[in-house]
Design a protein around this ligand. Structure first.
Ligand SMILES: [Zn+2]
Ligand SMILES: [Zn+2]
Length: 112
Protein backbone atom coordinates (compact mmCIF):
# COMPACT_ATOMS: atom_id res chain seq x y z
CA UNK A 1 0.00 0.00 0.00
CA UNK A 2 1.45 3.32 -1.04
CA UNK A 3 1.40 6.26 1.31
CA UNK A 4 0.01 9.28 -0.43
CA UNK A 5 0.53 12.87 0.70
CA UNK A 6 -2.88 13.28 2.29
CA UNK A 7 -6.18 11.58 2.90
CA UNK A 8 -7.87 13.20 -0.08
CA UNK A 9 -5.18 11.89 -2.41
CA UNK A 10 -5.38 8.44 -0.85
CA UNK A 11 -9.11 8.45 -1.50
CA UNK A 12 -8.80 9.74 -5.05
CA UNK A 13 -5.69 8.02 -6.39
CA UNK A 14 -6.84 4.88 -8.20
CA UNK A 15 -10.13 5.16 -6.35
CA UNK A 16 -11.65 1.71 -6.32
CA UNK A 17 -15.09 1.73 -7.86
CA UNK A 18 -17.41 -1.24 -7.78
CA UNK A 19 -18.72 -0.54 -11.26
CA UNK A 20 -15.49 0.15 -13.14
CA UNK A 21 -12.33 -1.87 -12.64
CA UNK A 22 -10.44 0.46 -14.98
CA UNK A 23 -10.23 4.07 -13.73
CA UNK A 24 -10.25 5.29 -17.33
CA UNK A 25 -13.76 3.86 -17.68
CA UNK A 26 -15.01 5.48 -14.51
CA UNK A 27 -16.41 9.02 -14.84
CA UNK A 28 -15.74 9.60 -11.13
CA UNK A 29 -12.05 8.74 -11.29
CA UNK A 30 -9.81 11.81 -11.22
CA UNK A 31 -6.30 10.69 -10.42
CA UNK A 32 -4.28 7.89 -11.87
CA UNK A 33 -1.29 6.88 -9.79
CA UNK A 34 1.35 4.83 -11.59
CA UNK A 35 3.12 3.04 -8.75
CA UNK A 36 5.96 1.81 -10.96
CA UNK A 37 6.78 5.35 -12.11
CA UNK A 38 5.63 7.15 -8.94
CA UNK A 39 3.67 9.45 -11.24
CA UNK A 40 0.35 11.10 -10.55
CA UNK A 41 -1.85 12.10 -13.46
CA UNK A 42 -5.19 13.76 -14.01
CA UNK A 43 -7.30 11.36 -16.02
CA UNK A 44 -8.50 12.78 -19.32
CA UNK A 45 -11.86 11.21 -20.03
CA UNK A 46 -11.64 11.23 -23.79
CA UNK A 47 -12.29 7.53 -24.16
CA UNK A 48 -8.59 6.70 -24.25
CA UNK A 49 -5.97 6.31 -21.56
CA UNK A 50 -4.49 9.81 -21.51
CA UNK A 51 -3.59 11.56 -18.31
CA UNK A 52 -1.84 14.80 -17.50
CA UNK A 53 1.04 14.40 -15.07
CA UNK A 54 0.86 16.66 -12.04
CA UNK A 55 3.72 17.74 -9.77
CA UNK A 56 1.71 19.00 -6.83
CA UNK A 57 -1.24 17.58 -4.95
CA UNK A 58 -4.45 19.46 -5.85
CA UNK A 59 -5.74 19.06 -2.28
CA UNK A 60 -2.88 19.63 0.13
CA UNK A 61 -0.47 21.41 -2.25
CA UNK A 62 2.51 19.24 -1.38
CA UNK A 63 5.07 18.42 -4.00
CA UNK A 64 4.52 14.91 -5.29
CA UNK A 65 7.40 12.42 -5.57
CA UNK A 66 9.77 12.78 -8.49
CA UNK A 67 8.94 10.62 -11.46
CA UNK A 68 10.99 7.43 -11.55
CA UNK A 69 10.15 6.78 -15.21
CA UNK A 70 13.70 7.34 -16.47
CA UNK A 71 15.13 5.17 -13.69
CA UNK A 72 12.59 2.48 -14.51
CA UNK A 73 13.85 2.26 -18.09
CA UNK A 74 17.49 2.47 -16.94
CA UNK A 75 16.99 -0.31 -14.43
CA UNK A 76 15.36 -2.60 -16.99
CA UNK A 77 18.10 -1.85 -19.50
CA UNK A 78 20.70 -2.71 -16.88
CA UNK A 79 19.05 -6.14 -16.59
CA UNK A 80 19.00 -6.54 -20.35
CA UNK A 81 15.22 -6.26 -20.55
CA UNK A 82 13.56 -4.32 -23.36
CA UNK A 83 10.09 -3.34 -22.07
CA UNK A 84 8.81 -3.08 -25.63
CA UNK A 85 9.93 -6.60 -26.53
CA UNK A 86 10.45 -8.63 -23.39
CA UNK A 87 8.17 -9.49 -20.52
CA UNK A 88 8.49 -6.92 -17.75
CA UNK A 89 9.15 -8.63 -14.39
CA UNK A 90 6.26 -8.46 -11.92
CA UNK A 91 8.15 -6.24 -9.48
CA UNK A 92 8.49 -3.63 -12.23
CA UNK A 93 4.74 -3.41 -12.66
CA UNK A 94 4.31 -1.73 -9.30
CA UNK A 95 6.45 0.04 -6.72
CA UNK A 96 8.31 -3.07 -5.55
CA UNK A 97 11.31 -2.45 -7.80
CA UNK A 98 11.96 0.76 -5.91
CA UNK A 99 12.71 -1.25 -2.80
CA UNK A 100 11.84 -0.04 0.64
CA UNK A 101 11.17 3.58 -0.11
CA UNK A 102 9.63 5.93 2.38
CA UNK A 103 6.43 7.67 1.38
CA UNK A 104 6.52 11.12 -0.16
CA UNK A 105 8.30 13.56 2.15
CA UNK A 106 6.32 16.55 3.25
CA UNK A 107 7.38 19.68 1.41
CA UNK A 108 9.67 21.83 3.55
CA UNK A 109 8.26 25.13 4.70
CA UNK A 110 4.63 24.08 4.52
CA UNK A 111 2.70 24.31 7.72
CA UNK A 112 -0.82 23.09 8.21
ZN1 LIG B 1 -2.11 15.72 -0.86
ZN1 LIG C 1 -17.00 4.11 -11.54
Amino acid sequence: MTDHCCEAMSLRANAPCDRHSDPFDCPDALIRFSAEFQEYGLIVHDGGTSSITIDFCPWCGRRLPDSQRDRWFDELERRGIDPGEDEVPAEFRDARWLGARPGPAPAPGLTD
